[in-house]
Design a protein around this ligand. Structure first.
Ligand SMILES: Cc1ncc(COP(=O)(O)O)c(C=O)c1O
Length: 410
């Protein structure tokens, strides 16, 4: 780049910095207007009796009230009696599932994973940082596999699954965090059918964005992995998770796991003395507000109306300002846009943004150990700031990209 052009970029960057802004785009949180959509849920009619006649203010129904099982059964695509409804976090349910496998074994009679020398999980990348931190905390060695437009490199996944120390695969298969991609039917079929050396191999199917479409008539769809696994005689292979964190209140919703009858029986047995029951008041509140899939879809259309203009604005700026500099995703749903910077520039871009008052998700966080081998992936989370603030961020972001790229590729 000519030096006068670079000088001009720096000049604009310094002018932005001098405005002294403080904007946080580090996490995929809903904005206030989205949270307000669920306020009617808090209005109570003082009828606390669930369908099975339980007073939800009291102990009981450890694995969830029937109407909440039915709702998540519809969302996950599994019979209601194969659902455990949890508390306010699906991540917590995933952590519990992994901890149980490590301490007790996935099924009665299986060797607890913590008793074998090494446990490895296949981790598609870029992926969700929380999955990776969880694996790290629990001593699970992560094997990154590159994601493409239709899912992970399945040849590599199938090769790795032949190692008996590889006990699982953890992913976010729809409108994936942060890449935005959705696994193709063929990917789902191969995951369901593949040979695994470990008979107790588990797929952790974190379907956090299963109803989070941005467009009414242009949506991704995800094949039902439980049915695909069952058709191959591998019904026990998959544990599916979802929550209402980004449907109602983030951190104040309800969550669920869906799985085979044998997995549900195992987890129910291990859950029995973990707690007497989850918060059934919240389960009832949720199911009165959103009784079925149709109600959830209508509610999600309201979310889409709020966040779609933000996604479109970010894409508009990337298209107009950064044509030929890096590449980016065009998700049809979920919470993120992924910007792939020229190699070796992601950390610098995030640093430049931070120094000018805009906090982005740390570069590297979509990779195990925070190590992005190309130093390229940046997760943009457009939902939290109102559009007026997002416009400021998108004033800075292209400047930071151009400066970082010019520094690197002088
Ligand atoms: C892929 C994915 N899974 C799970 C979560 C968190 O879900 P919960 O609030 O139910 O723990 C998030 C939140 O960002 C997410 O992106």
């Amino acid at each position: 780049m000519e030096s006068n052009k670079l000088d001009e970029l720096w000049h604009r960057y310094e002018a932005f910095k001098n405005r002294g802004l403080k904007l946080d785009m580090s996490r995929g949180k809903p904005e206030k207007a989205q949270l307000d959509l669920s306020l009617p849920m808090l209005e109570s009619d003082y009828n606390f009796i669930s369908e099975d006649g339980i007073d939800v203010r009291n102990y009981g129904d450890t694995t969830g009230i029937p109407e909440a099982k039915r709702l998540f059964g519809e969302l996950l695509g599994i019979p209601a009696n194969q659902v455990i409804v949890g508390g306010n976090s699906s991540i917590n349910l995933i952590h519990d599932a992994l901890t149980r496998a490590l301490i007790c074994g996935p099924m009665e009679g299986d060797t607890p994973w913590a008793r074998i020398p090494r446990v490895k999980f296949i981790c598609p990348v870029p992926g969700y940082d929380w999955h990776f931190h969880m694996c790290e905390t629990l001593g699970i060695q992560m094997l990154p596999v590159q994601l493409g437009a239709s899912g992970p490199d399945m040849e590599e996944v199938e090769r790795l699954a032949l190692d008996p120390e590889v006990k699982g695969f953890i992913c976010n298969p729809m409108y994936s965090n942060p890449s935005g991609i959705t696994y193709s039917d063929q990917t789902v079929d191969r995951l369901a059918a593949m040979k695994t050396a470990a008979p107790d191999f588990r797929i952790i199917w974190d379907n956090a964005y299963c109803v989070h479409h941005l467009y009414e008539n242009d949506r991704d769809s995800l094949k039902n992995i439980y049915e695909a696994c069952a058709a191959c005689g591998n019904a026990d292979r998959v544990l599916m998770f979802a929550s209402t964190s980004k449907i109602t209140f983030a951190g104040g919703g309800i969550s669920a796991m869906g799985a085979s009858p044998a997995n549900i029986a195992r987890h129910t047995a291990l859950l029995t003395y973990q707690l007497v029951c989850y918060d059934k008041l919240n389960q009832l509140r949720h199911t009165r507000f959103l009784p079925d899939r149709a109600a959830v879809e209508a509610h999600m259309a309201k979310h889409a109306q709020i966040i779609r203009p933000k996604f479109e604005y970010v894409l508009e700026v990337l298209d107009s300002e950064l044509s030929g500099i890096g590449s980016w995703s065009r998700p049809k749903g979920g919470y993120f846009i992924c910007y792939y910077a020229p190699d070796g520039c992601a950390r610098r871009i995030v640093e430049l943004c931070r120094e000018a008052g805009v906090t982005l998700t740390p570069a590297g966080s979509p990779y195990p150990g925070g190590f992005d081998p190309k130093d390229s992936t940046i997760r943009i989370a457009p939902t939290l700031p109102p559009l007026s603030e997002l416009k400021l961020v998108m004033e800075l972001f292209p400047l930071a990209v151009k400066i970082a790229a010019a520094e690197k590729y002088k």
